[in-house]
Design a protein around this ligand. Structure first.
Ligand SMILES: Nc1nc2c(ncn2[C@@H]2O[C@H](COP(=O)(O)OP(=O)(O)O)[C@@H](O)[C@H]2O)c(=O)[nH]1
Ligand SMILES: [Mg+2]
Length: 454
């Protein structure tokens, strides 16, 4: 699709009809919508439902997206394949819409529910709100088009361990003249029956629907026959949704935006391999991988940092005395920038990776650090030697003069000579002490630094 023409929704195919995740497309999408900078401040709304039940039409009106809609004049064949994503327009809070392939599509055959299950499970793991289209005339019917889909959603939900509660918004399409209260009641009865009929493992035997989902119901007029009413109702629903996803509205327990791509890829891989999704351990895995990635990025950025490279080069070429402070502040800046980026992840994992990063950085800067220390010692030795030589010469000449004067005066020249030797020794000892102090200071500095970042 032409993104320029559609006002920067950046509509992207996330998972194609064959179940292949478009990794490059997802990364580009994340870059374009700047999801990485949003951290926890974003929301994902997915839509599911029978094929050609107006899912794309609903998203386009509700969230100002530009998903492909079926042309009413060409017949009801499946349009959306796999999963498409797009940024919602006209909402300040970063919101991403997810358009899912319709259920009960004739093209996949009656018995092929595997892909439907997989995308339903994926949507449940990554989204905050799931809109499910329900044809009004299906409510209360034993074989309604949405029933198999709801069964799938419930079954898959029960397979996820430790998943947060998801909002399930049931959208009644083509509402009849029956009052909303009655429709809602009948639909909730249907839903409960489906929930009760889903086989549950012993551990989940008594789990209630309300423990897994916040179920909400809304009814819309037909877009085809009552377009004005449809648009008015959609505008109200839009307000309601936006209020619920305003920064404080969602009890977010999702991965930070900068890890969304990684999390989505890992989730889809697990689903394709039919492995169990354990949400808490999934979060730990994402945090571990992401913190490592951040640490690697920070290390590479430091290694290529011009300030560091210049300092190193000047110190190595011996012409520059170098500065511990400068070196330490460069390393500190690198670690602070790491801290900032991992602040949304598990603290234990963040600090574990920080220790390793610090160790690697120290290994990198240690030779330069030692050179700075060596130069300091060398400079101090040279200064101390100069002071010793000059002072000794001064003492010797003073002693010489004093001996001459005292000899003339008849005082023992040996006493004066001994005082002179003592003075020279003191100067030499002071010089050696100065060198030792600088050497000890270098060692203490290095230790201090290690301790501070341990
Ligand atoms: N009866 C009815 N048809 C609708 C409604 N909304 C959209 N449609 C039509 O249903 C067809 C499929 O729409 P689309 O949004 O592509 O459905 P999707 O396959 O579920 O995404 C199109 O011809 C739409 O004009 C609605 O509220 N009621
Ligand atoms: Mg569609």
């Amino acid at each position: 699709m032409d993104n320029k023409a559609e006002g920067q929704c950046f509509t992207t195919l996330l998972i194609d009809g064959d179940g292949i995740l478009n990794a490059q497309g997802l990364d580009n999408f994340i870059k374009n919508v700047e999801l990485g900078e949003r951290e926890l401040s974003y929301a994902i709304i997915a839509v599911m439902g029978p094929q050609s039940s107006g899912k794309s039409t609903l998203l386009n009106h509700l969230l100002d997206t530009k998903f492909e809609q079926m042309d009413a004049y060409k017949g009801r064949t499946q349009t959306t394949k796999g999963i498409w994503i797009a940024r919602c327009m006209g909402i300040k809070h970063c919101t991403i819409a997810m358009d899912l392939e319709g259920s009960d599509g004739r093209e996949r055959g009656e018995d092929d529910t595997l892909f439907e299950r997989q995308i339903a499970l994926f949507a449940m793991v990554v989204s905050d709100i799931m809109l499910i289209n329900i044809w009004c005339h299906d409510i209360g019917r034993e074989h309604g088009a949405n029933k198999p889909l709801l069964r799938i959603v419930f079954q898959e939900m029960l397979r996820i361990r430790g998943l947060r509660k998801t909002t399930l918004m049931l959208v009644i399409r083509d509402k009849s003249l029956t009052p909303f209260r009655v429709l809602e009641h009948d639909l909730m009865e249907d839903i409960k029956k489906i929930w009760d009929s889903v086989p549950k493992a012993r551990a989940n035997k008594h789990i209630q629907l309300s423990e897994c989902f916040n179920v909400e119901v809304v009814a819309l007029s037909s877009y085809e026959t009552q377009e004005t009413e449809f648009k008015e109702e959609v505008a109200k629903l839009r307000k309601r949704l936006f209020q619920s996803i305003a920064p404080s509205g969602l009890a977010r327990d999702n991965v930070p935006g900068s890890a969304f791509s990684l999390s989505a890829k890992m989730t889809w891989k697990l689903i394709k391999e039919n492995k169990e999704i354990d949400f808490p351990s999934h979060r730990v895995m994402v945090a571990t991988k992401r913190c490592q990635e951040i640490a690697d990025e920070k290390y590479s950025t430091f290694a290529a940092n011009q300030d560091w490279l210049k300092l190193k080069e000047r110190v190595e070429s011996n012409g520059f005395p170098g500065s511990w402070q400068k070196l330490c502040s460069l390393v500190d800046d690198c670690l602070s920038s790491y801290d900032e980026e991992v602040s949304y992840y598990d603290a234990t994992i963040g600090s574990e990776k920080r220790k390793k990063l610090n160790k690697k950085l120290l290994k990198l800067v240690e030779p330069t650090f030692k050179l700075i220390s060596r130069d300091k010692i060398r400079n101090t030795t040279a200064t101390a030697a100069e002071v010793v030589t000059k002072t000794s010469a001064l003492v010797a000449s003073v002693v010489g003069m004093a001996a001459g004067t005292h000899a003339a005066a008849g005082v023992a020249a040996t006493t004066v000579g001994a005082t002179g030797v003592f003075a020279v020794t003191c100067v030499v000892v002071a010089g050696v002490a100065a060198v030792c102090v600088v050497a000890a200071y270098s060692v203490i500095k290095m230790r201090e630094y290690n301790k501070k970042h341990a």
